[in-house]
Design a protein around this ligand. Sequence first.
Ligand code: SF4
Ligand code: SF4
Length: 367
Amino acid sequence: MALSLSCCHATLHLQQHQVASRNNSSKNLDNVRSLVNRIGIASVQSSSLQSLQNGNWVKLICGASFEDVVDIRNLSLVYTLAGVDCIDCAADASVVSAVNEGIQAARGIIGVRRPWVMISVNDDQDLHFRKAEFDPGNCPIDCSRPCEIVCPANAISLQEEALKELSQVAGVSGILKGGVITERCYGCGRCSPVCPYDKINLVTYVRDAATTVKLIKRGDVDALEIHTNGRQTTYFQELWDKLGDSSKYLRLVAVSLPNIGRDLTVSTMKTMFSIMESQLHCLNLWQLDGRPMSGDIGRGATRETIAFAAQLARTNDRPPGFLQLAGGTNFHTVDGLKKERLFQSTSTIDSWKGLEFNANTKWRCQY
Ligand code: SF4
Ligand code: SF4
């Protein structure tokens, strides 16, 4: 990360920034505290484990590639106060620290319970693990910048810079500066197809297994989520082998996979379960990624997710593990689940219990 650069200038700038942030942060915390005291918050009685067992588990997904630690800390604070059962974040040390800071700040305001902290990793190329890249210096100055407009994470910022006389003679008045704010980009891919000049690349990466093991052993991570494409299990096996006995430090291992057809999905789940079984020292969960990273799109996006869930729920010969919806889950998902008679909640805050906020929507869990 850029902060590790041994540049005194950058370090000083960072320190000044941190002092300013701390002052603002303390004022903001006071504001949140007085708001909570004034309006109160719903009390959540069940533990995260009970929520899983009762079918009203809620997970906040910060994003497997989202690494803006200030936003992540604030999100974690707010959603801890709101009573989520789990906060899912990137498998990065600074991000995990930010999540735990947010949780701690929330618990300093009022005695809410601590949600589980989950880190997300991948075994191979995956949509959730990529970043957009382009060189703004190569963009035409008169581009209307649709990339900036379409980005849902405000992860593209461009500014025009005037050029000196020599270039103006050549007919160029300025260039674009800025580009992708890497820590905010979560790899949704929406910027790339709207670029009229095909300037944007989406670069995928795979989280390092050794780093993941170190993070798990730090003591402030409760759960691991492994994203896999479900079409082969070789890379899954390799990753699982590298993780060794890490699951003994965890409460939950989740496997997130897309719908590759009922029979193939179930058979892959069985193979993966048999790979995990001998070194699985905690609970396990299957995250059904119906339509990856599309929860904000609308009512239509949730249909595939619900169809996937309905399919698996009616399959008796699937391997053990809780089931959880993801991808395409949103405000409309609970209604859809109710229509399918799949929604189950004992919560008093039914309007959002059973939801995975991206946030993703969680659903009836079964074990
Ligand atoms: S991939 Fe998505 S989040 Fe990243 S810059 Fe493009 S639109 Fe924004
Ligand atoms: S849309 Fe393409 S060409 Fe235009 S500013 Fe964005 S990346 Fe550059």
